[in-house]
Design a protein around this ligand. Structure first.
Ligand code: HEC
Length: 276
């Protein structure tokens, strides 16, 4: 990310001090404040529209995106994902149950036994290795295709992440800290771009809202010409911030996903989504 873009963003830093994303309030209070913040910022955007990210802010981009979603380039990848499911169906049904429409909506979730967050992609590979199958690569290809098939089957159901224990709250707070802490040579936080400066343009990019960032995953990107996982995208933004990214499916990114998904509770799953 170029210097000018960073300069354009420094205005937002004063605001960030005001927004409470503190450890002394409950996750539910944090979520409510987060939603209220976006509502106050853009009163005309309907809550569920946050599943469509940056296209809420830019009418030209929105038209192009709507045209792309009419004949979406990701349909073949969903078909490939379905074929993967069918190939090892007995194995997956053993892990996730027989109803393919109910898998996406289970994740991310906090496993009280292991005291760790589980993601859909993480559990797909866990399921495979438990059954002595070769795990998929993490960021694209088979894992993204299978994840996209499961997201597509779950479309229309609301994100519903639960925090019901101290351990889950700790994971949420860890994700929140990663999201809001300034890092790297530019001292940027995710929140700087995706909360305080959401909707602003910086070097030809409009910055999308953090609210709803997990609704449409995995995403098809025109830039990639294929699907990629949410963690692939996290890695890209970390690299743009000039920091060494965390590892995809590491505890750090899993907690970040847990935090972001909890904040998006109530938004409908609409994956896979098309992005530029
Ligand atoms: C310097 C600004 C900047 C920072 C800091 C930044 N991003 Fe981004 N990010 C972007 C831009 C620009 C895009 C593409 C437009 C959009 O969708 O928001 C993007 C896209 C994304 C997307 C895809 C959104 C979608 O709708 O598909 C995710 C997820 C994301 N960022 C997460 C993060 C996270 C998590 C962090 C912190 C680790 C972060 N970003 C930090 C600029 C930034």
């Amino acid at each position: 990310m170029k210097k000018i873009m960073i300069a354009a963003l420094t205005l937002g830093t004063t605001v960030s001090a005001n927004m409470a994303m503190a450890a002394d309030i409950t996750p539910e209070q944090s979520r409510q404040q987060f939603v209220d913040y976006f509502k106050a910022k853009s009163p005309s955007i309907e809550f569920n529209e946050y599943g469509n990210g940056v296209y809420n802010y830019n009418p030209d981009q929105r038209m192009q995106w709507q045209a792309a979603e009419e004949f979406p380039p990701y349909l073949d990848f969903i078909d490939a994902g379905e074929a993967l499911w069918e190939k090892d169906q007995a194995v997956y049904e053993n892990c996730f149950g027989k109803d393919v429409t109910k898998v996406r909506v289970m994740y991310p979730r906090f496993n009280e036994k292991t005291q760790k967050v589980e993601t859909l992609e993480g559990q797909i590979n866990q399921c495979r290795t438990d059954a002595k199958l070769k795990p998929f690569g993490w960021k694209k290809g088979d894992i993204a295709n299978l994840s996209a098939y499961l997201a597509y089957q779950a479309r229309g159901q609301q994100i519903d992440v639960k925090i019901e224990s101290e351990g889950a709250k700790k994971a949420f707070l860890d994700g929140q800290a990663y999201f809001s802490k300034p890092r790297g040579q530019f001292g940027l936080a995710c929140a700087e771009c995706h909360v305080y400066n959401a909707g602003r343009r910086a070097r030809g990019n409009t910055l999308g809202p953090a609210l709803g960032q997990t609704s449409h995953v995995p995403m098809y990107r025109a830039k990639w010409k294929e699907l990629g996982t949410l963690h692939r995208r996290y890695e890209g933004c970390d690299k743009n911030m000039r920091i060494v990214p965390a590892k995809v499916q590491s505890e750090t990114y899993k907690n970040l996903e847990f935090f972001e998904a909890y904040m998006a509770n109530g938004i409908e799953i609409n994956g896979p989504g098309y992005r530029e």
